[in-house]
Design a protein around this ligand. Structure first.
Ligand SMILES: [Zn+2]
Length: 92
């Protein structure tokens, strides 16, 4: 297979389809095409993630904020007693 053919396949491939064995065999032997394939795969995953995050409801952040607010105590007072340093002078 020529690199040209591989490049064409890479540009037109469908992310949902399984990679064809012929192209996989080429990118195994050709380091240039392997690099392109890795970059392209990462880019597609990045785009997919970006689109997924946009589908979240807009008020989700506010809801999470409120939940966190409820969990957080108004004031964090763990020390109720006052333990000072009792200096004892012995002897005399
Ligand atoms: Zn190649």
């Amino acid at each position: 297979m020529e690199c040209k053919t591989f490049h064409h396949w890479l540009r037109t491939r469908d992310g949902n389809k399984q990679d064809s064995p012929e192209e996989m065999a080429h990118q195994k032997d050709c380091s240039d095409c392997q690099q392109l394939y890795t970059l392209d795969t990462r880019a597609e995953q990045g785009v997919a993630l970006a689109f997924a995050s946009h589908e979240l409801p807009r008020d989700l952040a506010a809801k999470i904020d409120r939940c966190l607010d409820l969990e957080r105590p108004p004031s964090q007072q763990f020390f109720t007693g006052d333990k000072g340093n009792a200096a004892k002078n012995s002897g005399g």
